[in-house]
Design a protein around this ligand. Structure first.
Ligand code: CA
Length: 451
């Protein structure tokens, strides 16, 4: 708009100047020296009546100065219009800058919060390691009090103090308790030998897993020497490797690979009477897979059992349902909402997988590393990483009672993901950080060894 006004002013100025000039202009016609007709158009100066040297200069200077002023005015007007638009753009940019600054600030704050949480986690991990080390050292100190009256309330399983009691339990060498020699009957766990390594997995899929031998094989196809292995790392675990015997197992070449009809969850599988028993992935469904026919023989949900990270062992790894076999049959070790994370033991029908009877213990499942059954008794392992830990708790399904114990147990490779009892061999099978190992165990007569 200002430009239009300026042009109008220029037109007025030009017309005005022209009209003034026309008042003093004259036209003459005459012949020049050569006889040609010559027209002369004369305009008088607005300030002078006759020409005298450079008398045009002031007028030209005046016009130039006016033009300069007008140019300056036009420049200011144009700058003003642009300045208005620039203000709007500037305001938008300012708003964006402010929003960006705010988002950046929030991001920085979140990063600071994350770093602080990481520091807290590291602090808690250090504290946990210190407490574990302290507990280990307490276990190895001589105990001043070796006897407690039967009425000692600390032995009351219902009071929840069993976890703290474990450091007070006296360790008595098995040889001292049973001088008569090896005991081959069913009894309480007295000692666990050093781990014997049979095979080391050579890839990341063997970080943890299950390896087993059937204590009571059926038919002629497989024997109690056949070794079975499942690498449990991965989302769709279905391969079951069969090895003719321990020599072949150690050499690493299976005689057969069976493909399971449903994927396996974690490391709680077990083997019994010609079948592999396992928990189906992401479910509380138990599956019996018949090894001879290579078919699913039965399946059943374990009622109310937690699964897929609800009630795992301290290791985690979706170890919610741990299946076990001993002299008395097939068991499930797990927890449910009613038990609020305490270990529940159920005896299962090996054919149908139906629950025959259940027991609720007072030991929280996530405080122990693993568990196994021997002669109808549940035993728990205190730590899956400590190289020198203990079997720290026993629960007897015959009496419905449990108590703390302290039977030394070694995690030689510091990441024990599976422990299972084989009653035919009287050994524990375990998978400790790529290493497939066995432990000899020693049992005593029932009720011996109790203080
Ligand atoms: Ca187990």
């Amino acid at each position: 708009m200002w430009v239009q006004v300026f042009l109008l002013c220029i037109s007025c100025f030009t017309l005005s100047t022209l009209s003034q000039t026309q008042d003093r202009a004259s036209l003459h016609r005459s012949n020049d020296r050569a006889g040609h007709c010559q027209y002369t158009f004369t305009v008088a100066s607005p300030e002078e009546s006759s020409c005298s040297g450079n008398n045009m200069k002031p007028e030209v200077d005046g016009v130039l100065s006016r033009l300069t002023l007008l140019e300056a005015l036009v420049s200011r007007l144009i700058a003003g219009e642009d300045g208005g638009a620039g203000t709007a753009v500037g305001a938008t940019e300012e708003g964006l800058q402010e929003a960006f600054t705010q988002v950046t600030g929030e991001r920085n704050q979140l990063q600071q919060d994350k770093e602080q949480l990481n520091r807290q986690i590291q602090g808690l991990q250090r504290r946990l390691e210190e407490l574990s080390a302290e507990a280990e050292s307490l276990r190895h100190k001589p105990c001043q009090q070796t006897h407690r009256p039967a009425s000692d309330p600390a032995y009351d399983i219902g009071n929840g103090a069993y976890q703290e009691m474990k450091a007070e339990v006296t360790e008595v060498p098995a040889s001292h308790l049973f001088p008569e020699g090896n005991f081959t009957g069913c009894g309480e766990l007295q000692s666990v030998g050093d781990p014997v390594m049979h095979k080391k997995a050579d890839s990341i899929t063997g970080k943890y897993g299950v390896w087993l031998q059937d204590p009571e094989p059926l038919g002629d196809l497989y024997t109690n020497k056949t070794a079975w292995r499942i690498n449990a790392v991965g989302k769709d675990v279905r391969q079951l490797f069969a090895y003719e015997d321990m020599d072949q197992f150690s050499q690493g070449f299976p005689m057969k690979v069976l493909v399971l009809p449903e994927p396996v969850e974690s490391t709680g599988a077990t083997m019994y009477r010609g079948s592999l028993y396992y928990q189906r992935r992401r479910s509380r469904t138990l599956i019996r897979y018949d090894l001879a026919s290579e078919k699913l023989a039965s399946r059943s949900d374990l009622p109310h059992a937690g699964f897929h990270g609800q009630y795992p062992y301290s290791w985690g790894g979706y170890t919610d349902i741990d299946l076990a076999v001993d002299e008395q049959g097939l068991w499930a070790i797990y927890s449910n909402n009613k038990a609020k994370g305490a270990i529940v033991i159920s005896q299962l029908d090996p054919e149908s997988l139906e629950v025959k009877r259940s027991w609720e213990t007072n030991i929280r499942k996530n405080t122990v590393a693993n568990a196994f059954m021997v002669c109808g008794r549940l035993y728990t392992v205190a730590s899956y990483t400590a190289p020198n830990t203990t079997i720290n708790y026993v629960f007897d399904t015959a009496t419905g009672e449990g108590r703390a114990v302290a039977v030394p147990f070694k995690n030689k490779y510091r990441y024990n993901s599976m422990v299972d009892y084989n009653h035919a061999q009287r050994k524990l099978h375990a998978w400790d950080n790529f290493h497939m190992v066995t432990y000899d165990i020693r049992l005593g007569r029932a009720n011996q060894g109790r203080s």
